[in-house]
Design a protein around this ligand. Structure first.
Ligand code: ADP
Length: 537
């Protein structure tokens, strides 16, 4: 008999030794919820020593306030002997650490009947890592799924920020892309949690190197800002802090050595450790980078095919015409030179010269466009005067305008100082004015106005005519290469559809915009807005 008691004692001692070293938290409580047992793993996981925990109410120690009533009611039912569905099951619950942070635990509960009453035994472990891995896997699967079915880069970007924002519970997620051509960063997709105000944080364009997206793209490296209110470098961080966002993380979207953009997340707090989150975001960014690069290649191929088609059409229509005129006129001159009067000979020579000039303009346009698009056409800003530039263009086009009895009026201040490339702006002035002349029937009016707005930062320059106008349906495609509006085609007015593309590229290189004003009456008005000083100046 005594041997048997020794045996039992030995087993109990062994069980206690096991409880002391196991990685599982062991917590025993009585029917009142008071702590009877608390092993070292419980101390590690929940932060209380056995001395601090024993005899205390478990609910007060580790159960989140919102679950305490339910916990006490459940315990009362179990104490009363109800079988309870929770016994012997693996339960996923939330617990509170001594330092106040909440975390998920996985727990199994058993009950024994002891001489002093029922005792509940819980074995638990911290489930944060496992749950985080599951959540990350879900986000990655959502992103991969979203990318697989996205019909365009824009849709793909929207899916990525949505998946991250919704599944990770982050209030603001942004995807920024570098626009090499315009040398700016554009926010192509933003997820905002319902109810989250954005205020002046909501920017859609940033200069290279500015803000978290700009810095991530410039360095090609991830960046973690633990306290946005203390980040004195960026005005946008201050704007974020004002709307309650405290922490920000940005990772580069890269393909090989080429940084395509940045994926940025802003939140009040980030529960996951820095390296784990950077790992997740880095993997997502790599997926997105690969997708975007593949898409870009596909889009380029389509664009190239389209451009080739349009180029061929343009060559057929626009280059062949003047060439045909030149060859027929020279053939005629050759054959009939002796029979033609001197005036007739001059008339043929003038026809040949005009056609050669049209060819030369087209060649220049094509070359300019190629250089601008490949970035080889330099824009060299200096302090200059837009009034001078516009006046020179008006003078240069005066004969053309007079030939069609057009009235050209200018509404310009004495001086319009700005920091810009005068040669390139002259090209803009010439393009807009020569279009106005070309597309306005005889007797019409062209009005060129320009001035500084109230802030003193932006120059607004308009070129308005009373000509054939541009139908609304054509307006969205107007700045595409080789695109010509139906009004111009119907009236067989010659053109290449290149001037506006070049004009827009130049304006954007000056950090400006060109738009078409809404028109109720006949005619067309282009509006160019330019900063009076470029940001880099
Ligand atoms: P182009 O004049 O050589 O065709 P642009 O790129 O300068 O090429 O213009 C593109 C198209 O925009 C023109 O073909 C014409 O249809 C339309 N457009 C441009 N300016 C005007 C204007 N002032 N009035 C009417 N249509 C215009």
């Amino acid at each position: 008999m005594s041997e048997r008691v020794d045996d039992v004692d030995g087993v109990v001692r062994q069980a206690q030794a096991v409880l002391a070293v196991t990685l599982q938290a062991y917590v025993a409580i009585d029917t009142e919820g008071r702590v009877l047992g608390w092993n070292p793993a419980a101390e590690r996981i929940f932060g209380f020593t056995p001395a601090q925990a024993c005899a205390r109410d478990l609910a007060d120690l580790i159960i989140p306030v919102r679950f305490r009533d339910a916990h006490r009611a459940g315990m009362a039912r179990l104490a009363a002997g109800e079988p309870g569905r929770v016994l012997g099951q693996q339960l996923q619950l939330a617990a509170v650490h001594r330092d106040g942070h909440e975390f998920p635990i996985e727990l199994t509960l058993t009950v024994t009947d002891e001489p002093g009453g029922r005792v509940f035994h819980a074995f638990a472990h911290d489930d944060t890592t496992a749950q985080r891995a599951v959540r990350f896997a879900v986000v990655e699967a959502a992103v991969a799924g979203g990318l697989a079915v996205a019909e365009s880069s824009t849709v793909a970007a929207a899916r990525v920020v949505e998946a991250l924002g919704v599944r990770m519970g982050w209030p603001v997620v942004e995807l920024w892309l570098v626009d090499d051509h315009r040398q700016v960063l554009t926010c192509v997709a933003r997820h905002t949690e319902p109810g989250q105000r954005l205020g002046d944080f909501a920017l859609d364009e940033l200069e290279p190197g500015i803000g978290l997206p700009g810095r991530v793209c410039a360095d090609g490296a991830a960046r973690w800002i633990p306290d946005l209110s203390a980040d004195g470098v960026s005005l946008r961080s201050a704007a974020a802090a004002r709307i309650g966002l405290r922490v920000a993380v940005g990772v580069p979207l890269a393909f090989g050595r080429h940084t395509l953009g940045a994926l940025c997340v802003y939140a009040e707090r980030m529960d996951d450790p820095e390296d784990t989150l950077l790992g997740l975001l880095g993997r997502l960014a790599a997926q997105v980078g690969q997708y975007l690069e593949r898409r870009r290649a596909e889009e380029l191929t389509v664009e190239l095919a389209r451009t080739k088609d349009e180029f061929l059409t343009m060559v057929t229509h626009e280059l062949r015409n003047p060439l045909a005129v030149i060859s027929s006129s020279t053939a005629l001159l050759d054959e009939e030179l002796d029979e033609l009067t001197s005036e007739q000979q001059h008339e043929y020579l003038r026809i040949i010269t005009r056609s050669a000039q049209r060819l030369s303009v087209m060649t220049d346009d094509l070359l300019d466009l190629a250089r601008l698009e490949s970035g080889h056409l330099a824009v060299d800003p200096i302090d200059t005067d837009l009034r001078d530039i516009i006046e020179q263009a008006v003078q240069a086009n005066a004969t053309l305008a007079a030939g069609k009895q057009l009235t050209v009026t200018m509404q310009l201040p004495e001086r319009l100082a700005l920091h810009a490339d005068p040669t390139r702006l002259r090209q803009v002035a010439d393009n807009l004015l020569s279009n106005a002349i070309k597309y306005t029937p005889a007797g019409g009016t062209i009005t060129i106005a320009a001035g500084l707005d109230d802030t003193g930062e932006t120059i607004t320059w308009t070129v308005a005519d009373t000509g054939i106008g541009i139908p609304t349906a054509d307006q969205t495609r107007l700045f595409r290469r080789f695109y010509r509006a139906s009004t111009a085609l119907e009236k067989c007015i010659p053109g290449t559809g290149l001037g506006l593309v070049i004009t827009r590229t130049i304006v954007e290189r000056h950090h400006g915009t060109i738009t078409l004003a809404e028109h109720t009456g006949p005619g067309t008005t282009f509006i160019v807005r330019l900063p009076s000083t470029t940001p880099s100046a």
